[in-house]
Ligand binder design. Structure first.
Ligand SMILES: [Zn+2]
Length: 207
């Protein structure tokens, strides 16, 4: 019998996926040891009257922090799926008929990385996806102080015709939520589009 071994993209060790892993972590290229180091921590919260949820903690989870840093600052495209894998089935069912709208990211970071990290992170979800926002000034969030972050709404605009979102169920997604001001700005804009429902999902949240 042929035993199917895979190489984990996080620790580079060979591993044999169990039947359970094959079923639940479909398309995973990470060993269970590495996946288990990411601590599942779903949190529910409301922003602009919209139900939102986050999947991991930013502060207390060393591995989540390391992986997001490797993706965003060391440009490791191979790790982009790691956050979604553990929740894939849950997200596929819960947001089955939702259109995914990506929070806007800065053009200069995209140029540096050579890939759109948000698109890559949500690639395993087969939902329709729209880039419906643009930043009118190319600013990287990490270079902003707290007051500037809170004023981010000045620089975020809709990039599409509002009719495209009318009567649709929308899931706004982002990778890391710090002050929540980007998400709030996006949600306020979405609320002007007569959507059927608007929800938010972030991978990592600062407490
Ligand atoms: Zn591993």
């Amino acid at each position: 019998m042929l035993i199917k071994t895979k190489i984990c993209k996080r620790c580079f060790k060979n591993y044999i996926p169990s039947l359970i892993e094959e079923l639940f972590y479909d398309k995973s290229e990470f060993c269970l040891d590495c996946l288990n180091k990411l601590e599942n921590k779903i949190r529910y919260f409301k922003l602009c009257d919209c139900k939102c949820e986050s999947l991991y903690d930013y502060e207390n989870d060393y591995e989540s922090k390391t992986v997001i840093d490797l993706i965003k600052n060391k440009y490791d495209i191979e790790l982009t799926n790691m956050f979604i894998i553990k929740y894939l089935l849950y997200l596929k069912i819960k947001f089955y008929n939702y259109t995914i709208c990506f929070a806007p990211s800065s053009k200069s970071s995209f140029n540096k990385r050579g890939f759109d990290h948000l698109h890559e992170m949500f690639k395993l979800l087969n939902n329709k996806k729209i880039d419906c926002f643009i930043k009118t000034q190319d600013i990287e969030q990490k270079h902003l102080n707290k007051v500037e972050r809170l004023n981010i709404n000045k620089y975020i605009k809709l990039n599409i015709d509002k009719k495209e979102l009318k009567n649709k169920r929308i899931l706004l997604v982002d990778d890391v939520m710090t002050t929540g001001s980007t998400l709030k700005a996006c949600l306020e804009l979405l609320k002007t589009c007569e959507c059927k429902k608007i929800m938010g999902l972030v991978l990592l949240k600062h407490i």
